[in-house]
Design a protein around this ligand. Structure first.
Ligand SMILES: NC(=O)C1=CN([C@@H]2O[C@H](COP(=O)(O)OP(=O)(O)OC[C@H]3O[C@@H](n4cnc5c(N)ncnc54)[C@H](O)[C@@H]3O)[C@@H](O)[C@H]2O)C=CC1
Ligand SMILES: N[C@@H](CC=O)C(=O)O
Ligand code: NA
Length: 429
């Protein structure tokens, strides 16, 4: 029997994920050769700094200062892009690799959210792979699940915890009472956060992932601009405490849902019932809930960030390429009439926290503004004699139109007795 030629790969980016991929390929070399039917061989690597201790031995690989040299090397079959960035060198590298007829594996959801549909089209035209299992929910094989395991279904909803850093921050704050910035610093040390962590905490990273998922689930163009995005920067220990008292947990959820009006795509902090399975998903873990017309509900859970889990997904794509399994990247097969819908049309219950002056008539004024917009209150908690004069008033609403609640909150915020801008967190029942 003639042994198959190795799959020669070039790895651009040797940070948390890049070093994790080198390590995994080394640790499980024999197993992977068996499973892929041939060796997966690192031919060249590239990063900003050559001299850095990454905990892996790079001495056997050619070094390239310029990552584009990897895309131009005719002996390399697959370019693995692990540098990050929504455009710039990462985009140039992927475009060059595809143009040169090489398959690409990337973990870069920012790049895919902005350029995924176009890059997917180039890959299809060139007959090569554009693989990105690592880009969404780290080690959870969610791209494969949607494309392969659930391909027979019309998907009605996909929702989940898509950012490990935010989930780590929210659950650690709840469990330990530690401050936001302190816990974020931990997440950075653990290699969970993006190079620019505002992408995590302001919800952009989850939005990038949601745009990718929605493109696959609904067969629509990847449309990051239409994702409504709100992050966790404003979640205070007080909100975490009230959530607990009301029987909820706060999670940053990304949700893409087919409504009568079209596809709603939104990322925002969400109160979920504490008894729901997703409420128990803590730390760096992600969870994705997919609803299909024949399968019903499928829940996938696992580590969403970090070297090992992300490398696991990158290597899964490499094994697919080594064995010739080539899933087309984004196949736009919209079923018609499912354009995006605006967040102002969202309809659901909410939690609202107000800081008010403790004086007669405040609650009546608040209730009047809600009534004027036909927003109906479900419950209210008011603490008395709060030190410092500002008293928190917390209420939950019955399902109401986003636009109506926003108008009411704007007027409530302008009341003389309301001392801070109202905080609103949507509830998912
Ligand atoms: N850290 C994680 O848990 C996960 C990260 N990702 C994605 O994987 C990619 C890499 O992330 P990390 O490894 O965390 O980043 P990192 O910041 O730890 O590493 C980035 C690497 O790319 C290199 N690099 C950056 N710009 C370059 C350039 N212009 N030329 C040459 N080399 C360059 C850096 O020198 C470094 O070696 C990003 O797209 C990120 O969004 C995806 C899933 C999980
Ligand atoms: N920064 C991201 C890394 C994985 O995609 C996260 O925290 O989830
Ligand atoms: Na994944």
């Amino acid at each position: 029997m003639v042994a198959s030629a190795p799959l020669r790969i070039g790895v651009a980016g040797l940070g948390t994920v890049g070093a994790g991929v080198v390590k995994l390929l080394e640790d499980n070399r024999a197993l992977l050769t068996q499973r892929a039917g041939r060796r997966i061989e690192i031919a060249a690597v590239s990063a900003r700094r050559r001299a850095a201790d990454r905990g892996v031995d790079l001495s056997g690989f050619a070094w390239q200062d310029d990552p584009l040299a990897i895309a131009d090397d005719p002996s390399i079959d697959v370019v693995v892009e692990l540098m990050g960035g929504e455009a710039g060198p990462a985009l140039a590298l992927v475009e060059r690799a595809l143009a040169n007829g090489k398959s690409v594996v990337t973990a870069n959801k920012a790049l895919l959210a902005h350029h995924g549909s176009r890059l997917g089209q180039i890959a299809r035209q060139r007959g090569v792979g554009l693989c990105f299992e690592a880009s969404v929910a780290g080690g959870i094989p969610v791209i494969k699940a949607l494309r392969e395991g659930l391909v027979g279904n019309r998907i009605s909803r996909i929702s989940g915890i898509l950012n490990g850093t935010c989930n780590y921050i929210l659950s650690t704050m709840r469990e330990t009472g530690r401050a936001f910035d302190d816990v974020l610093a931990d997440a950075q040390k653990l290699g969970y956060a993006e190079a620019d962590p505002t992408l995590d905490i302001d919800g952009w990273d989850a939005a990038h992932k949601l745009a990718v998922l929605a493109g696959i689930a609904f067969g629509t163009p990847v449309d990051f601009e239409r994702v409504y995005v709100e992050g966790i920067r404003h979640i205070s220990p007080l909100d975490i405490e009230y959530a607990e008292e009301l029987g909820f947990r706060i999670k940053l959820l990304g949700t893409a849902v087919r409504t009568e009006r079209g596809i709603e795509q939104r990322v925002h902090p969400t109160m979920v019932q504490a008894t729901e399975a997703i409420a128990q998903v803590d730390g760096v873990f992600n969870a994705v809930v997919i609803e299909g017309d024949h399968v019903g509900r499928v829940v996938l859970q696992g580590r969403g960030a970090g070297a090992g889990p992300t490398a696991s997904a990158v290597v899964a794509d490499l094994v697919d390429l080594a064995t010739g399994r080539l899933s087309p990247a984004f196949v736009e097969a919209a079923e018609g009439g499912i354009g995006p819908v605006s967040m102002s049309e969202h309809d659901g219950p909410s939690y609202v926290r107000l800081m008010v002056r403790d004086q007669p008539g405040v609650i009546a004024d608040i209730a009047a503004e809600l009534r004027n917009e036909r927003v109906s209150m479900e419950a209210m908690i008011q603490r008395r004699h709060h030190p410092g004069g500002a008293v928190p008033v917390v209420l939950t609403t019955h399902p109401s139109k986003e636009a109506a609640l926003s108008r009411a909150l704007e007027r409530i915020g302008a009341l003389e007795s309301v001392l801070e801008p109202p905080r609103m967190i949507r509830i998912e029942l």
